[in-house]
Design a protein around this ligand. Structure first.
Ligand SMILES: [Zn+2]
Ligand SMILES: [Zn+2]
Length: 335
């Protein structure tokens, strides 16, 4: 997987061979009027072939979109000229198609839906991927904390990293308390990482508040690390929240570190359960996908809304993607 890092001084040149570019980006900045920013975005996108998700909040922007190359370049140039956004950075990858089914641009109370409010005035310093790797390799007294969801960590992660429970504030607080017991918050270096960097902005702030004095964020997240340091110290694949579901972080091969949910053989593709009323996300090998008809467990196949499964890993879509009516959907079940 090739990744380009783009900012205002980049040449905007891509030697891509696939027709679409996929953009991942966020920027923390004071947005006085997120609703107006949504309106401006919608005006910019009108009649153009963009798909993806963009959230605007008083804290800034968080987005991931796909479009043909020229449009992606137009968008990056447009956003970089807006007040407050001049210093932002984009992570760009290529793909043969759109990576989203539609386009959503909306306001959010919080830039990242954590379910709890985090003050952003004091955050951990950023380390470039090279600096982060150096500390990873040379520092004895350190802990590597991954603040993505546990199912993302399961598919791929840095060697020796810990998956921090981040679903609720209480879970994270309990984890921080437990971490304080086995490390020295005044001395231990905390190397924090997430997919594109935005979650570290929030969780580094929380750890600082808990009394940890050396909390470092991986600048640009795992995506930028892959672009600059390749797959060094990384194993498995990177989970992404679009149609690709997972991507390698660089062109360098890494060992599979996850297992099939059914047979425990090495496997690294996620599927949504074919039973639409279950929809569980699980890692599955090709053989088990066939023998369980795309379901996460045997009993799921007896459900009434079971869509046909595909051997290619594709995320769950709304039922009308598979059938014209709910009655027809029931007849599609593979037996
Ligand atoms: Zn299996
Ligand atoms: Zn299921």
């Amino acid at each position: 997987m090739k990744t380009w890092i783009v900012n205002a001084s980049s040449p905007f040149e891509f030697d891509n061979t696939l027709g679409y570019l996929v953009l991942a980006y966020y920027h923390i900045t004071d947005l006085a009027d997120p609703t107006a920013a949504v309106r401006e975005h919608k005006t910019f996108f009108e009649g153009k072939d963009f798909k993806g998700r963009i959230y605007l909040a008083e804290d800034g922007i968080n987005g991931s979109i796909s479009a043909p190359k020229e449009l992606i370049c137009d968008y990056m140039r447009w956003l970089l000229t807006r007040p407050g956004f001049e210093t932002m950075e984009f992570k760009v990858q290529e793909y043969a198609d759109h990576t989203f089914g539609h386009l959503t641009v909306k306001t959010r109370q919080e830039l990242v839906a954590l379910g709890f409010k985090v003050p952003l005035d004091r955050r951990g310093p950023h380390l470039t991927p090279a600096e982060w790797r150096k500390m990873f390799e040379e520092e004895e007294d350190k802990v590597v904390i991954d603040v993505r969801n546990d199912y993302e960590w399961e598919l791929g992660h840095f060697e020796g990293s810990e998956s921090a429970p981040c679903k609720t504030f209480r879970d994270f607080k309990a984890y921080a308390d437990q971490l304080k017991e086995r490390t020295d918050p005044k001395k231990t270096k905390v190397l924090m990482c997430c997919t594109g960097g935005i979650r570290c902005e929030f969780f580094s702030s929380l750890l600082l508040e808990e009394g940890f004095e050396h909390v470092y964020q991986l600048q640009g997240g795992i995506i930028k690390y892959g672009a600059e340091e390749k797959s060094k110290h990384w194993e498995g694949k990177l989970f992404v929240f679009d149609d690709r579901l997972s991507v390698p972080i660089s062109e360098e091969e890494t060992p599979v570190c996850s297992q099939c949910h059914h047979c425990q053989k090495p496997a690294d593709r996620y599927f949504n359960c074919a039973n639409m009323d279950c929809n569980e996300l699980f890692i599955c090998c090709d053989d088990c996908l066939k023998s369980f008809y795309g379901c996460c467990q045997e009993s799921c196949h007896t459900g009434t809304r079971v869509r046909p499964y595909k051997l290619t890993s594709t995320p769950f879509r709304r039922w009308y993607t598979y059938a014209k009516s709910k009655a027809e959907l029931n007849t599609l079940k593979v037996t």
